[in-house]
Design a protein around this ligand. Structure first.
Ligand code: PHE
Length: 382
């Protein structure tokens, strides 16, 4: 049977032996074992913190291996061996010192090498290319239309998307319970029955309330466009969305006539769709304009002919016209709500759906594409 002590030999940590025999041969043996131990331990060190533990085990003033060597070997040596032992102990100290210092150098070398590896940067590699975003087609169309009116000297106004009944309806000449309110498919905020009707909140159904807000804070002459989001209780399909965008326009001054309205919108439609587009004003009704009109443009798909590729044009249902926006001369009743003198001023207003314009301009066949965030669709506008 192998004795336990020899089986475990390599695992037993080094301890400084007491010397009974101080002969040169015995000293040689003790020194060799000690140096072998320090070299072995130095080789096992893998980090600076391990190195510190290793250094202290050997160098600590109280009870480090070298201080033990001092006591157990040098102090314990008989007088006549002292000189010899002293020399060997000095040599041991020097070698241990060197081994420990070399281990530290190796550690630091290792750390800086691994750091260099980690921080390695090849500046010749191509950079990371982040894909450029694109303006959303609805915003793009909105900005383009706003730009057309800015060039005519209009400024831009905005209003809240959550409106009161007063601004969305009453001040726009929709009296309470008037049937014209039914055309607006309004989404009301719940639990407001205790409030007076005009203070009740709703999601604005059009951008027209911004007309009122503008006239409340500005005296004529007024020329503004008001882009923004509106809501209606419509089920979604290819042409309807409960959330969409409008651009409102309002011009109030002295001597503004229906001719100004026609000329302005005709110009705007040509600027948006090309100079060959014609406009047509068709009688309509809005409570806040009188007279009111729907504006149609000649079909941009068939050039207004009504037929295309040897058949009827699907885009204008063979009529040659596409209905695009509502407009009219501001109803004098509206001036009453904002303290304008209806006898002195006149003006026009118009409102258009942004998605509808974008659908025509970009040939989009489903309004939902604007809202479901499919990057393949959006990328096409980059
Ligand atoms: N606000 C109307 C609508 O959304 C459009 C409109 C605006 C009509 C301005 C006339 C004048 O139905």
């Amino acid at each position: 049977m192998v004795p336990i002590s020899s089986r475990m030999k390599t695992k037993v940590p080094y301890t400084v032996p007491k010397l009974k025999d101080f002969s040169p041969a015995a000293l040689d043996e003790a020194v060799r074992t000690l140096l072998a131990a320090v070299v072995r331990e130095a080789g096992a060190v893998t980090s600076e913190s391990e190195w510190k533990v290793f250094r202290d085990r050997w160098m600590a003033r109280t009870n480090g291996f070298l201080s033990q060597v001092n006591t157990l070997w040098l102090k314990a040596a008989p007088k006549d061996a002292k000189r010899d032992v002293g020399q060997r102990v000095n040599e041991v100290k020097k070698r241990v010192d060197e081994t420990i210092a070399a281990a530290l150098e190796r550690m630091q070398g290792m750390t800086s090498t691994s750091r260099l590896n980690a921080e390695h940067l090849d500046v010749t590699l191509p950079g990371i290319k982040r894909p450029l975003g694109a303006e959303h087609p609805v915003i793009k169309t909105m900005n383009e239309m706003v730009g057309v009116f800015r060039n005519l000297g209009y400024s831009v106004e905005e209003g809240p998307e959550i409106e009161t009944d007063y601004y969305n309806f009453e001040a726009l000449n929709f009296p309470p319970n008037h049937p014209a309110r039914d055309t607006q498919d309004t989404l009301f905020i719940a639990h407001q029955e205790s409030k007076p009707l005009r203070e009740r909140l709703l999601l604005r159904t059009h951008t027209s309330p911004v007309q009122i807000r503008t006239m409340e804070k500005m005296k004529p002459p007024v020329r503004v466009v008001c882009p923004g989001k509106v809501h209606r209780n419509d089920a979604l399909d290819a042409t309807h969305s409960p959330i969409f965008h409008q651009i409102e326009g309002l011009a109030v001054d002295t001597n503004i006539t229906f001719c100004d309205l026609k000329g302005t919108l005709d110009h705007a439609m040509k600027a948006m769709f090309g100079s060959s587009v014609r406009t047509r004003f068709y009688p309509s009704f809005f409570p806040f304009t009188e007279p009111s009109a729907d504006v149609q443009i000649s079909c941009i798909f068939c050039g207004g002919r009504g037929y295309r590729d040897g058949g009827p044009c699907r885009n204008c249902k063979a009529s040659g016209w596409i209905e695009l926006l509502g407009c009219g001369m501001v109803d004098p009743n509206v001036y009453g709500f904002v303290d304008y003198d209806a006898k002195r001023v006149s003006g026009f207003a118009f409102g258009m759906g942004v998605e509808r314009i974008a659908i025509l301009k970009y040939g989009v066949d489903d309004i939902q594409l604007f809202f479901n965030g499919d990057v393949r669709f959006l990328q096409q506008f980059g």
